[in-house]
Ligand binder design. Structure first.
Ligand code: SF4
Ligand code: SF4
Length: 373
């Protein structure tokens, strides 16, 4: 497997080390030199061996560029990032899950390879693998390794329920993700197992988390605050700090992706945070989301219309920019609103909140004003 990836990215060029969050910017001319060294069988250029020694403490002096550096080609669009739901199945049944009914279904392994190939051809360099719970998919190891081979930097979003298994830690140690984001649902077994509706989940999670910390994975914790675990919010923060891990808090719950309201009663009202006014989003332009069937949408929330990447291939993504534009303009229940310029949610999010009849004070400025009276 390659030691470095050299890739076009936005208007410039990057050198990446698989599994590391660091990125080195290089000028266009140096990227061209690197490409030439790979095709002519030359050694890794000295300017590169020097900087990678400083950045990653590795010595590539004298090594052939071919096989050491994977040079990626630019995609046909501005796309460089994607998220991918490997499947929607999950071993938990969290009270606030935004996926609604979580069916374990999707592409077979051949389909997954085809999808990853299309993503690479489209220019995806940074891929977030999610679910459901991606690590319960038997195809995860092969898909993950194939994405690495294609020169993608992988982030894995997981509930951490499988990290206690040695073969899982062995794979993630051999081919580390550049980031592994783990959700945390409580600080005690009683609360964690209540939120996830899975007995024994807390014990498996804590064992796995300790193994992942010992393996040196680049971890990031997502503290999910709900009505059921809000009393342990401080304990969750203390836990993250004790482990020395970065963490973020998520308290604003979304309706399900089907526009139904089941997660909303789990919202902890006192933890609701006010989003900054929505000023735009590059969904569908620099990134897209792929569901378990290989359908590409602008993001996880605005899922329709979508593009079938398995049948249409990379050419189908040419439609995504137009889809994004039309979704951002669709005002639905907000038409005529005088406050739309300072709205705190994007149109796709507003649409599912309206469909789910979410309380207006959670997202709408009119509702917030009413609640403040
Ligand atoms: S772990 Fe994630 S996907 Fe699974 S039920 Fe909980 S919130 Fe949903
Ligand atoms: S939900 Fe809205 S802000 Fe978030 S990625 Fe989609 S379009 Fe962008």
């Amino acid at each position: 497997m390659h030691d470095l990836i050299a890739t076009p990215f936005q208007d410039g060029h990057l050198v990446l080390r698989p599994g590391s969050p660091k990125a080195l910017k290089i000028p266009r001319g140096k990227f061209a030199q690197l490409k030439a060294a790979v095709s002519s069988g030359d050694a890794v250029p000295a300017w590169l061996t020097d900087v990678v020694t400083q950045a990653w403490n590795i010595d590539l002096a004298g090594r052939p560029a071919a096989g050491t550096v994977l040079v990626r080609a630019a995609g046909p669009y501005s796309i460089s990032r994607a998220t991918w739901e490997l499947n929607l199945g999950c071993d938990y049944d969290c009270v606030m899950c935004y996926l609604g009914k979580k069916r374990f279904e999707g592409l077979d392994m051949a389909g997954k390879r085809r999808l990853l190939h299309v993503m690479a051809e489209a220019g995806v360099v940074f891929l977030q693998v999610t679910g459901g719970e991606p690590l319960i998919d038997p195809d995860f190891p092969e898909a993950y390794e194939y994405a690495h081979e294609l020169g993608m930097q992988l982030e894995v979003l997981s509930n951490g329920s499988r990290l206690h298994k040695d073969h899982v830690i062995a794979l993630l140690t051999r081919l580390p993700p550049s980031k592994m984001s783990l959700s945390v649902y409580g600080a005690t077994a009683g609360t964690y197992d209540t939120v996830t509706r899975n007995r024994g989940a807390f014990d498996r999670f804590t064992t796995g988390l300790d193994k992942a910390v010992s393996a040196g994975l680049n971890l990031d914790l997502s503290l999910i605050i709900t009505r059921q675990n809000a009393h342990e919010a401080d304990a969750m923060r203390t836990w993250a700090r004790r482990l020395g891990l970065p963490f973020r808090e998520y308290a604003n719950l979304s309706p399900t992706i089907h526009g139904t309201a089941e997660p909303l009663p789990s919202q902890s009202p006192e933890h609701l945070t006010h989003r900054a006014p929505f000023t735009g989003c590059p969904a569908g332009v620099t990134f897209f989301h792929a569901d378990p069937f290989g359908r590409a949408s602008i993001c996880k929330i605005g899922r329709e219309p979508n593009v079938d990447l398995i049948t249409e291939g990379v050419a189908g993504l040419a439609r995504l920019g137009g889809i994004a534009e039309s979704l951002m303009l669709r005002t639905g229940g907000c038409s005529g609103c005088q406050l739309s310029g300072t709205c705190r949610v994007c149109r796709p999010m507003a649409k599912i909140l309206q469909e789910a009849k979410a309380p207006l004070e959670n997202y709408c400025q009119h509702g917030m004003k009413e609640a403040a009276r």
